[in-house]
Design a protein around this ligand. Sequence first.
Ligand code: ATP
Length: 198
Amino acid sequence: MIKIGITGGIGSGKTTVCRIFEKLGIPVFYADTVAKEIMITDPVLREGIINTFGQESYENDGRLNNKYIAQLVFNDKKELEKLNALVHPAVFRAFDSWEEAIAADVPYTLKEAALLFESGSYQLCDKNILVTAPAAVKIERVMERDGVTRAQVEARMDKQLSDDEKNKMADFLITNDESQSVILQVLELHHQFINLTK
Ligand code: ATP
């Protein structure tokens, strides 16, 4: 059973691409969604966050105080590193148990993560896919999807590695620029991954 990492810059369409793999029966672990969930549900992670950032990290009803955490880490690299050092290992643990439960039934799994390369988690995958799109297309998509300004999207983009840097670490590329068929590119990779398992 092989593990495939998949990433791409904000608005590149990595989640859209993952939905196509899911239609082919391939399970996808959405690392960023899981990270948000386990910050609430994983007692060890909660304790680490409270010890590092204080009791105000959580609301009285147990939800994460997103505003407080975002303010702490958005413009402070050191604080962000501290948060990542708590969250990333917890996500790795969650991925391992998720995979163990389904490994026998599928040829391969996908792990979708915005920071696959930045977090180093690509090294734990057998192969990695980068989804790309031109910057102008990505910006338009995110402005439309999230109802945010161009400047807000650019600020988020500036915090990610460039596609050129990610490309050096990727094994496969999916171009989601709305001129080439994404479905055909996914099918081609799906066949390659199945062949890798034979
Ligand atoms: P983020 O990192 O911000 O979560 P993402 O890389 O997961 O983004 P998606 O959420 O898949 O990107 O796509 C961003 C937006 O662009 C979505 O609204 C999606 O529907 C749209 N989109 C993605 N690919 C295409 C496409 N090929 N044609 C039209 N719309 C697209």
